[in-house]
Write a protein that binds this ligand. Structure first.
Ligand code: PEP
Ligand code: MN
Length: 358
């Protein structure tokens, strides 16, 4: 339920509405937009549904919300949420590129890749220190040593760092080292983890599970937001396919359009895990920008044959640099799409390149 306040309503009238919601054990979530003020009722609204909120002074109308996600719902918050991480913006009007290796493997590896993606114009640096692997015998990540290396890479390049949290026991480490906390596909419905991540107060990048509906995904965002953290970045990364011969997953590009309609949260896309193949990443990336996503997360490795995870899908730094120029051009052509600012300016894109040929 959303209570739409009249223009020019008084603070006392607003507080009266919030007071009545409290009596029904509901929290009043105020959203002040450019044109109107909304008070969203958060909690179990069943008992309050019959209450005549629309006859209270200062109230314009009452909207019923049929979807189970409330804080993530665009009806609760009509304006797009733009998340700020230092100087980097994620959300409407921006095209934010997160790049780096799948996993932090060593200081030398991470710094080499960090310098390369920075040079190419990436806005944030990724790298896993805790790796959720299908096999317990595969490389599990460097743990805190990996986070220290990431922090050093941030120090040198100025790029904020994005890394995965896999357990509520990692809260202190996330507080200490990380700028954006990634929740991986496998943990999308690990509700205790979502609550812990939500309480940290840093932006959370929430990947969609490979078999989750958009509603399930947004309910996971709701878990994070219900802890008082509205800084959630959604990330589509491919859904299960029946045709494994041609694709590891199917990249659900239409999810970007669906998500933009029903939620105010930013939506980025990861083409690397969707296809699992380096040669497909550039073309998918171009499509992601063209469809109007707010950003991409792309795996890059300087020596992918020796990578400890996801080498076959990692771009070489030169490929990534070229892709960045292409994405900049596409971003300028897409109506309503984001722009790569400020690292990769239009003039750079004007350099002679044979685009769209790989
Ligand atoms: C990753 O980003 O390296 C990763 C493991 O992604 P996902 O959770 O989407 O599989
Ligand atoms: Mn990976």
């Amino acid at each position: 339920m959303v209570i739409v306040m009249e223009k020019g309503h008084t603070e006392a009238q607003r507080q009266a509405v919030i007071g009545i919601l409290t009596e029904f054990n509901l929290k009043g979530h105020v959203s002040e937009g450019d044109t109107e003020t909304l008070i969203g009722a958060v909690g179990d609204t069943k008992a309050a549904r019959e209450y005549p909120f629309d006859s209270l002074p200062g109230v314009c109308s009452v909207l019923k919300i049929s979807k189970p996600y409330k804080l993530a719902n665009r009806k609760f918050h009509p304006d797009d949420t733009v998340i700020k991480v230092g100087d980097v913006h994620i959300g409407n009007g921006f095209l934010t590129i997160i790049a780096g290796p799948c996993a932090v493997e060593s200081r030398e590896q991470m710094l080499t890749i960090a310098r390369a993606v920075k040079k190419a114009g990436a806005h944030m640096l990724r790298g896993g220190a805790f790796k959720p692997r299908t096999s317990p015998y595969s490389f599990q990540g460097l743990g805190e040593d990996g986070l220290r290396i990431l922090a050093d890479a941030r120090e040198e390049t100025g790029l904020p760092i994005v890394t995965e949290m896999t357990s509520p026991m990692q809260v202190d480490l996330m507080v200490k080292y990380v700028d954006v906390i990634q929740i991986g596909m496998r943990n999308m419905q690990n509700f205790e983890l979502l609550k812990s991540a939500g309480r940290i107060g840093k932006p959370v990048l929430l990947k969609r599970h490979q078999s989750a509906t958009i509603e399930e995904w947004l309910m996971s965002a709701e878990y994070i937001m219900s802890e008082g953290n509205d800084q959630v970045i959604l990330c589509e990364r491919g859904i299960l396919t029946f045709d494994k011969e041609h694709n590891r997953n199917t990249l659900d590009i239409s999810a970007v359009l669906a998500v933009k309609k029903v939620t105010h949260l930013p939506i980025i896309v990861d083409p690397s895990h969707a296809c699992g193949r380096r040669e497909d990443v550039p073309a998918l990336s171009r499509a992601i920008v063209a469809v109007g996503a707010h950003g991409l997360e792309i795996e890059v490795h300087h020596d992918p044959d020796k990578a400890l995870s996801d080498g076959p899908q990692s771009l070489y730094p030169e490929q990534f640099e070229r892709l960045m120029r292409e994405l900049n051009i596409i971003s300028m052509a897409v109506e309503g799409g984001g722009r790569m600012l400020p690292q990769l300016m239009a003039e750079k894109a004007g350099e002679e390149i044979g685009i769209f040929q790989d």
